[in-house]
Write a protein that binds this ligand. Structure first.
Ligand code: HAM
Length: 437
């Protein structure tokens, strides 16, 4: 081996998608797309690069700080590779505020990059399906977003016990901390950061961090008690009229009325790492302990569009990540084998038949959307061509030799069953269309 060869591995934390991987990815995206478009969402797309400032203000210290890919372009501008889509879509909305008819239902499927320590469920490049509503302040928007999530799960044949939609509310979290724990408003953000990471660190480290914020032992114990209480019990601990509590109660009532509650639960530890969330926040988890990272993450944000234009348009939505979702489908055996079979017809070659005849035949099949390719070498034996077809996963091989050409016929070989049939050439496409594979 030449030691100067370049490495064949992709950049750390990114994946190459070979044709087999693309079969899965296209299947997965097309199914999600079908669900989302079924709810009348329209697709948008944004550039991979954005001005750094788009993320600096509200994407939080982790994503916009430690994990941001950031560089200066040749014109001296500070540029970031998108680590997420939400500020970008807010920019698009802000740019056409006057022309757009609200509420908007928009979605996008795009890759994002974060400088993460690669590990199970966390890479440096992943694909997100982002689904957002703009300009709907009603709690019904939350309900719609959660019903899209449950429909996506249903589309992939996921059973209710395979996943949980965990819901909290940022206003409620702040009210509980300031009213029950008497935490200063300025310390809420620091504590929410610690709570957001709670599941990913040791108990000891968690308590140490809380102590560092100035929380006394009594308050830490009270916080533990809050974590082990249900929504009603926590609401009873608050002495103020909490808008967040009212929103949560109403949402859970609607989830109950619509039958979505069986997928959902209240979880006080869901706070989300981004600074822009202002109300409902949620994450969706696989119930398998093997797949610990969230599948979806999202919530309501009121102040993103106003970063660009002096107008408040609220947004609510989620990002669904492809990495953990694939683990979820694999872990539950929900990926059908058939998605990998894409080749259909191989036209075999014989030396004495002009190549134009094969192209004419293929043309008949291409024009009716039968996936067809023509074997390249006319000199290879039929046996070799058939072996190639089997190895590549073709379902059928068409034989058009000198005799068939004279009689204006073709033979179709069914590779699964080793049977074959001879038909007139103009019946070829019809006969192949009858084949279920
Ligand atoms: P997020 O929670 O950062 O939210 O990402 C959404 C999903 O992307 C996660 O639940 C996870 O599945 C996946 N994900 C995140 N980081 C990684 C990573 N390093 N490797 C693999 N998968 C990852 C957002 O990005 C929000 N902007 C979503 C949103 C849309 N909120 C409102 N609208």
């Amino acid at each position: 081996m030449n030691k100067d060869n370049l490495p064949v591995r992709s950049y750390k934390g990114t994946r190459d998608f070979y044709p087999m991987d693309m079969c899965y990815r296209n299947w997965y995206f097309s199914k999600v797309r079908e669900v989302v478009e079924g709810f009348c969402y329209e697709e948008y797309h944004t550039p991979l690069l954005e001005p750094y400032e788009v993320y600096a203000a509200k994407s939080g210290d982790e994503v916009a700080g430690e994990q941001l890919y950031c560089f200066e372009d040749k014109g001296g501008r500070k540029i970031a590779i998108r680590p997420e889509l939400t500020p970008s879509v807010a920019r698009l909305v802000a740019a056409r505020l006057e022309e757009l008819t609200f509420p908007l239902r928009w979605y996008s499927i795009a890759n994002v990059m974060r400088y993460e320590k690669p590990q199970k469920g966390r890479l440096r490049e992943h694909w997100q399906v982002n689904v957002d509503i703009f300009g709907a302040d009603e709690i019904e928007a939350e309900l719609e977003i959660i019903s899209i999530i449950s429909r996506i799960m249903h589309t992939f044949q996921a059973k209710p016990d395979m996943f949980r939609i965990k819901i909290n509310n940022r206003k409620f979290f702040t009210d509980v901390l300031t009213d029950v724990l008497k935490v200063k408003n300025t310390d809420v953000k620091t504590i929410s950061r610690i709570v957001d990471k709670k599941a990913k660190m040791s108990q000891e480290k968690y308590y140490d961090w809380l102590k560092e914020t100035g929380l006394t032992q009594d308050k830490i114990e009270l916080l533990d008690k809050i974590f082990s209480s249900n929504l009603e019990e926590i609401i009873r601990m608050i002495h103020i009229d909490s808008k967040g509590a009212n929103e949560l109660s109403r949402l859970f009532q609607l989830l109950d009325e619509t039958g979505l509650l069986r997928y959902c639960e209240f979880d006080f530890s869901i706070v989300r790492g981004f600074d822009y969330y202002t109300g409902t926040v949620f994450e969706v988890y696989d119930t398998s302990p093997e797949n610990r990272r969230s599948l979806f993450g999202g919530g309501r944000y009121d102040n993103l569009v106003s970063m660009f234009k002096q107008r408040n348009i609220s947004g609510i939505g989620f990002g669904l990540g492809d990495v953990t979702f694939q683990h979820f489908l694999e872990g539950n055996d929900l990926i059908p084998d058939k998605i990998y079979k894409s080749q259909q017809v191989l036209i075999a070659r014989f030396p004495d038949v002009p190549v134009s005849e094969y192209f004419k035949l293929a043309e008949d099949l291409w024009s009716v959307h039968v996936k067809t390719s023509i074997y390249f070498s006319a000199h290879d034996k039929l046996g070799k061509q058939l072996k190639f077809a089997e190895k590549k996963g073709y379902s059928l091989v068409i034989i058009l030799g000198v005799d068939e050409l004279k009689e204006n016929k073709i033979t179709i070989k069914y590779l699964d069953s080793t049977t074959q049939v001879t038909v007139k050439r103009d019946e070829c496409a019809g006969k192949i269309k009858e084949f279920p594979g």
